[in-house]
Write a protein that binds this ligand. Structure first.
Ligand code: PGA
Length: 250
């Protein structure tokens, strides 16, 4: 039985004050979340605040990106060792916003997965098709290619050191969620694709759904047999909505 994970991707949102309020709310309600793991991914500059406020609670945290470099003259970049320094468990790699707005390709994302893994961080590998790709019926090819880049670099068993997040790009921040059936179909394809290489890895690896998951639709999505949690953007910024999703995960 795979544990469920609900991770909040705060993106470029928040202030010291709003984050304190949000974390206070999450801490108050976290006792009602029975078995799911709960994580939050703040912007880099708030990691110290988040570490201070969440240490000793069941809530874990991570970053939204990392550098492929270890250290040195890379202005504006943040290294894996620095994320470890602030107690991060997770780091998101290959989010569609990084792929589309900052030109991150499959090879770079796979390298980020490698660097995170080597540092003992758990990469949350985001994959998913654009609207155009879905309309062309090449969703499966796209997600297979995106995962394949990591498998080719690191080997299939590396996938269990991280988490996969299937996030159809057309569902991110649009309020247009994949139906539970649409999401399950792709999750099942991803798992089956991994099983062709290694059945026990496929059985173990957590595959989260992301893309306009909210308090109203979470339980139907999370009830699907291959959906092991959620990567939540907008709805992770309100404690009550986020907690409702976490409770729906168990
Ligand atoms: P959303 O974002 O929940 O706001 O659609 C999800 C994500 O980008 O991870």
């Amino acid at each position: 039985m795979r544990q469920k994970l609900v991770a909040g991707n705060w993106k470029m949102n928040g202030s010291k004050a709003s984050i304190k309020e949000l974390l206070d709310g999450i801490k108050k309600g976290i006792g009602d979340v029975v078995s799911a793991e709960v994580a939050v991914c703040p912007p880099f500059v708030y990691l110290a605040d988040v570490e201070a406020q969440l240490t000793g609670t069941p809530v874990v945290w991570g970053a939204q990106n990392l550098s492929t470099e270890e250290k040195g003259a890379f202005t504006g970049e943040v290294a894996a060792s620095m994320l470890n320094d602030f107690g991060c468990k997770y780091v998101i790699v290959g989010h569609s916003e990084r792929r589309s707005l900052y030109g991150e390709d499959d090879a770079l994302v796979a390298t980020k997965f490698r660097v995170a893994r080597a540092a003992g961080l758990k990469p949350i590998l985001c994959i998913g098709e654009s609207l155009d790709e879905r309309e062309k019926s090449i969703t499966n090819e796209v997600v297979a290619r995106q995962i394949g880049a990591v498998i080719d670099l690191e080997g299939v068993s590396a996938l269990t050191d991280g988490v996969i997040a299937y996030e159809p790009v057309w569902a991110i921040g649009t309020g247009k969620t994949a139906t539970p059936e649409q999401a399950q179909e792709v999750h099942q394809f991803i798992r089956q694709r991994i099983a062709e290489k290694d059945a026990s890895v496929a059985e173990k690896v957590q595959i989260l759904y992301g893309g306009s998951m909210n308090a109203a639709n979470a339980s139907d999505l999370l009830a699907q047999s291959d959906i092991d949690g959620g990567l939540i953007g907008g709805a992770s910024l309100k404690a009550e909505d986020f907690l409702t999703i976490c409770r729906a995960a168990g």
